[in-house]
Design a protein around this ligand. Structure first.
Ligand SMILES: CC[C@H](O)CC(=O)C(=O)O
Ligand SMILES: [Mn+2]
Length: 339
């Protein structure tokens, strides 16, 4: 099959999907998935704790297996595919990044809240110095007006990002909003533009196509929707849609479909679908990775998880404020008692 690629796909199930399985990946699972993705000719495979390098903490959730072992395992079997790592300044350090590079990571994706690109300067410039491909990853993009997004993307470009991603972390954006944002990024940046969506409002595919129509060259997907919340744009479905549109990804569709069915589906405790809580993530504009934390707090405090998520959305809580989830549940429980 043709290895020409009009769009470069990054498969994120081994990083974003880690949120959905409470960071319980084993070396054997990662090897199986990465080998199959390599055989399907997926160009980039992201591997790390769900919250990026160094994310294994009480705040974000402890990993079952050290992520460096998972990265090494993926590199050892993924053939020509490149392993990418995500790193959030303030959680993952340059030392973590160096270690990931020493075991074979080839791309660094440096993620910040959409208004905080300035904290990515060191990580991006160091990654560039280390010879990595670099991505600036602007999370929770629905929370900033277009002009702010462009300003922050330009900062990441100036720090050395080869690509800047517009990230719909909450799965809250509508197709016309994605179009507006990607168009503005394409008009104002010299570097590539990428899009990472979540499917909480069933719009990940429509949003991805809107991004591509406006010129996004890099797209994230999660196979069988194995990502936080309702997952991301479903990779194997996206490849089929793009083939029908005449857009080449260089990925073997049959092999990817088989991987989804035979390797990924057995990993899931329940299918990745739009449950009521996932829907509320998109509806209220809440970080998809908050889902399991809110569900745990719901059990502990006896508060409907939807009420917790709606309140988090109202307070505009962002990544790194996971401790607020328990605070909100506790407050709602006290209010209920008092009434
Ligand atoms: C905590 C990092 C986050 O999961 C990154 C990401 O995939 C997103 O913001 O959607
Ligand atoms: Mn994500």
């Amino acid at each position: 099959m043709s290895t020409e690629r009009d769009i470069l796909i990054t498969e994120v199930a081994l990083r974003d999907g880690s949120h959905a399985i409470a960071h319980q990946y084993t070396v054997e699972q990662v090897k199986k998935v990465a080998k199959a993705l390599g055989e399907a000719n997926v160009p980039y495979i992201e591997v790390a704790h769900g919250d990026g390098l160094g994310g294994s903490t009480l705040q974000y959730g402890l990993s079952r297996t050290n992520e460096m072992e998972l990265i090494e395992a993926a590199v050892s079997v993924c053939g020509d595919s490149k392993v990418a790592v995500l790193v959030l300044p303030g959680i993952g350090t340059i030392t973590d990044l160096k270690q990931a590079v020493s075991i074979g990571a080839k791309m660094a994706r440096v993620a910040t809240h959409v208004t905080e690109a300035d904290v990515s300067a060191q990580h991006l410039s160091k990654a560039k110095e280390m010879g990595l491909e670099t991505v600036g990853f602007l999370m929770m993009s629905h929370m900033a007006p277009v002009e702010k997004l462009v300003e922050q993307a330009k900062l990441m470009e100036s720090y050395g990002a080869d690509t800047v991603y517009m990230v719909d972390s909450a799965g809250a954006l509508l197709p016309h909003q994605v179009k507006e944002r990607v168009r503005a990024l394409r008009q104002n940046l010299q570097v590539n533009v990428g899009f990472h969506g979540h499917n909480n409002l069933s719009l990940a595919m429509a949003n991805t196509l809107a991004a591509i129509e406006e010129g996004a060259q890099r797209i994230d997907g999660s196979i069988r929707c194995l990502g936080a919340g309702a997952g991301n744009t479903q990779t194997e479905v996206l490849i089929a849609v793009l083939e029908n549109m005449g857009i080449k990804t260089g990925i073997d569709l049959y092999k990817l479909m088989d991987t989804a069915e035979e390797v990924i589906a057995p990993l899931l405790q329940s299918p990745q679908e739009i449950t009521r809580d996932n829907l509320v993530l998109g509806y209220a504009g809440v970080y998809s990775s908050f889902l399991l934390h809110a569900q745990r707090a719901s059990k502990k405090y006896g508060i409907d998880s939807r009420d917790i998520l709606i309140e988090l959305g109202r307070r505009k809580v962002v990544g790194g404020q996971e401790d607020m989830i328990v605070d909100v549940a506790d407050e709602l429980a006290r209010q209920r008692k008092a009434n």
